[in-house]
Design a protein around this ligand. Sequence first.
Ligand code: GDP
Ligand code: MG
Length: 366
Amino acid sequence: MFGPVGGQDERVAAAAERVSAPPSGALLIIQIPCFNEEETLPVTLADLPREVAGFDRVEWLVIDDGSSDRTVEVARACGVDHIVSHPVNRGLAAAFTTGLEAALRAGADVVVNTDADNQYVAACIPDLVAPVVDGRADLVIGERPIESIEEFSAVKKRLQRIGSWVVRVFSHSDVRDAASGFRAFSREAALHVQLHGRYSYTMETIVQAGWEGLRIATVPVRVNPATRPSRLVRSLPSYMFRSAQTIVRSFVLYKPFRFFFGVGALPIALGMLLVVRWVVLSWVVQQHGTRVPSLVAAAVLLLLGFQIWIFGVVADLLSANRRILSELRVAMRRRTLAPSGPPAAGHADGLGGLDGLDDLDDLDGV
Ligand SMILES: Nc1nc2c(ncn2[C@@H]2O[C@H](COP(=O)(O)OP(=O)(O)O)[C@@H](O)[C@H]2O)c(=O)[nH]1
Ligand SMILES: [Mg+2]
């Protein structure tokens, strides 16, 4: 994707391969979603690097999600290069997406996301971006040493383990810390991000990246002692509820056939059991009685199960359509989020030279 621009075929092939090594003149943007972070933002920014190996420029981006405190003034005073604001609080997932779009528009080749509470050790950023710089990964997740984090309760640690396991299964990756907000995105991976949930982006981005066939890597990172209680995990029950919601939504969105097949299998199995019982009692044991209620229950359960399986087929067809829409969306975003001004030499994102919507015909196989 970042290689020299050749003919159209080469451009399309390059996009399909998703080679993500940054070009010369590369720009790294470090983004921080913020909701009322005037107190901890200066500490976080003080640790952020201005130079990272593999990049010519490192810029900072703050997304102010409708803060009512002095977050924006503090960011400006600390020398943040880009500040984007939501007029009202729209939630972390929306702020994260706004940040990625602003970073892409500003010409970022790689985007690092971190928290405003200085949770993650910024000195780990070179390690975090290395797999993208080397062209080995599109998305890199910073793995915290969860077991040794004192602020995390035993239940939270267990939930994190379960959540990460589910995400690993869905994304076919080896991500160990799916809830980590410390991560690096290649430009290509950032172009693909599309979130349905409002609460957080962490799990959904990984599942989606797996679905899109992007390469996901994990690197160990360090964390600082907590500066304040978590804003996102206000109570364990609400965290559990929201995580379960995200997992179910991911299942329905990205593995619809398996989801509906699994749900439908339960009534079908129960219905079959009742049918077998009826056959055994009526024909093998030859007990008297018609056992109509159990036959009716069996019919209802079987009908219900088959109906759910049909939903699965329909959802699977919709998912095939969604894949096409997603490819078109990425192609459009390549154009609309291209940095203003002529693209720098060697900075092609694979489709930079396409003119007009007719050129979308050329995207087969992207
Ligand atoms: N945009 C936005 N960001 C939020 C919101 N709540 C928390 N954040 C930001 O999300 C990041 C993670 O929040 P944090 O409390 O550290 O959550 P944790 O790391 O999951 O415990 C921080 O940079 C917060 O400023 C919100 O409602 N909207
Ligand atoms: Mg945090």
